[in-house]
Design a protein. Structure first.
Length: 226
């Protein structure tokens, strides 16, 4: 006989990814770092370690520290998001305009600080650093962004992880006439200039016979490690 009593229903959190995926999402920056891409040792990616909104009961996020489980788990999805699709590097445009890596990184940092409401922190760093690396290290240590949320339009480049799943290298697209890749979460929604996520525009589909191009180990079942 079929019993209809004491039927156990699994929580919806079992079906929700622990990792941030492409889309429009409000995120809190937990950390920032510079990463050297494998194809250019003189270039930098600016990488934001982010946590999404509290997913509520039933969601089981990654451990905050997989070596110290007593710290508990993240309440939201987590992921590493590049501040731009392409790495910052010295170069030249097709029209002959020279690009200075450090100046481009300074502009990117200023734009980020404006939206995070910590522009005063950047102003106090004037003439305090000899290298761009030193400035970003200070930003990482001081964490003037702590506790501040941003609305983001998150793009992604598909790749196949070691378990055969499709994952994404996450990045923020360029500003355009259609809007900005991120903005302060305090901006009134009626005044929002945030890009609306469009999978046709903001997802780079992997080609056949893909090569692993992972931007971190965010495979299902692994602990997120900042």
């Amino acid at each position: 006989m079929i019993s209809t009593k004491d039927i156990e229903i699994k929580g919806s959190g079992d079906l929700i990814s622990k990792v941030i995926e492409p889309g429009n999402l409000e995120c809190t920056i937990m950390d920032i770092e510079l990463s050297i891409p494998p194809y250019d040792s003189s270039a930098y990616n600016i990488v934001l370690s982010c946590e999404g909104p509290d997913m509520g009961e039933g969601f089981e996020g990654f451990f905050i520290d997989k070596d110290n489980e007593s710290l508990g788990r993240y309440k939201g999805q987590v992921g590493r998001i590049r501040l731009s699709q392409y790495a910052f590097s010295n170069g030249e445009t097709k029209s002959g305009i020279k690009i200075d890596r450090d100046i481009a990184m300074l502009r990117a940092l200023k734009s980020l600080c404006i939206e995070l409401g910590c522009e005063n922190w950047l102003e106090k760093q004037d003439n305090q650093h000899d290298t761009i690396e030193s400035l970003f290290t200070q930003f990482k240590e001081d964490k003037p962004f702590a506790g501040t949320s941003l609305r983001m339009c998150i793009g992604g480049k598909e790749y196949t992880n070691r378990n055969g799943y499709i994952n994404y290298d996450l990045y923020l697209p360029r500003i355009s006439k259609q809007g900005k890749p991120y903005e302060s979460a305090s901006v009134n929604s009626n005044n929002s200039k945030l890009l609306v996520f469009d999978p046709k525009t903001h997802i780079i589909v992997q080609k056949e016979s893909p090569k692993l191009d992972s931007f971190g180990d965010d495979t299902p079942g692994s602990d997120f490690d900042i």
